[in-house]
Design a protein around this ligand. Structure first.
Ligand SMILES: Cc1cc2nc3c(=O)[nH]c(=O)nc-3n(C[C@H](O)[C@H](O)[C@H](O)COP(=O)(O)O)c2cc1C
Length: 266
């Protein structure tokens, strides 16, 4: 199968596909773009997505799988700012099950994030089971007790959990999304961070809330077996990140603010 297929009557040889190709594997032939280096294609689909004529197809990023942008409304800068500044970490969840279609929609959005060399490579485990979630909190607290001096908040979480039964780890969220990557995958963590960030941002639009499960991550990254066993990560994969998900109990009425910007132009 040829990597590039060009519909000659449509191609006006504008050269956009050549200019835009990240590994620079396209050049202009007599009838349109050609490549002598198809194996170096990273399947990003830029050539197909940018062609104004719809003249080029790429076997590794087919035109038929690319949606036209035209049917989507363009959000303006103010709407975009509101959208981005509306995402908050949710630590109080309703005791309500999230339908699997919505969880699937969330992780499906996560796969559209940018990844190093478009290698993607992140897969997800969604933990819904209540008993498993409870055990995740329990073993993470156990790990904190063994490593109480590692992080400022560990003693607070341990005390809240042991004395009052407060789950400051998973916040009683009804779902935990675990990201995983192949053991030898170089950009697993970076790709995970972007993917989970997409998930966190999108969640608001389907009335869900999320929070980064940093304490669980610390425990998992320290290779704490009791936790890793609960997460059931396949043998050939490793844990790369986690976010909790559920319906927020409360809504925020104000946009996020942060420290004043520090920027230098040179
Ligand atoms: C790497 C990372 C780890 C985090 N870990 C936790 C965590 O374990 N538990 C939690 O409730 N929030 C966690 N958070 C959320 C932050 O506390 C939160 O983003 C920050 O306080 C700002 O609040 P906002 O997200 O509502 O804007 C984490 C965030 C990041 C980026």
């Amino acid at each position: 199968m040829e990597l590039i297929k060009v519909q000659e009557p449509l191609c006006v040889k504008c050269g956009i596909c050549i200019d835009i190709c990240p590994p620079k594997i396209l050049s202009m032939g007599t009838t349109g773009p050609v490549t002598s280096n198809p194996n170096q294609c990273i399947a990003c689909g830029h050539c197909v997505a940018a062609c104004p004529q719809g003249a080029i197809d790429n076997f590794r990023a087919p035109l038929s799988a690319q949606n036209s942008l035209e049917k989507f409304p363009v959000i303006n800068a103010e709407e975009a700012e509101q959208f981005l500044r509306s995402r908050r970490s949710i630590r109080c969840y309703k005791n309500e099950r999230v339908p699997q279609e919505l969880l699937l929609k969330l992780v499906d959005i996560g796969r559209f994030a940018q990844t190093a060399s478009n290698r993607q490579g992140i897969s997800y485990i969604v933990i819904e089971d209540k008993e498993t979630r409870k055990k995740i909190t329990e073993v993470t607290v156990q790990w904190m007790e063994e490593n109480a001096s590692n992080w400022w908040s560990f003693p607070l979480h341990i005390r809240a959990y042991r004395d009052q039964g407060v789950d400051g780890i998973l916040h009683d969220a009804p779902n935990l999304i675990i990201a995983t990557a192949q053991k030898d995958f170089k950009n697993g963590r970076e790709n995970t961070i972007l993917s989970l960030s997409y998930i966190e941002l999108f969640a608001n639009t389907i009335k869900l809330g999320t929070a980064w499960a940093g304490l669980i991550e610390m425990c998992a990254f320290s290779n704490y077996r009791p936790l890793l066993n609960l997460l059931q990560i396949p043998k050939e994969k490793v844990f790369t990140g986690a976010v909790m998900v559920g319906y927020p109990k409360y809504s925020f009425k104000r946009l996020v603010d942060r420290n004043p910007i520090e920027v230098t132009f040179i």
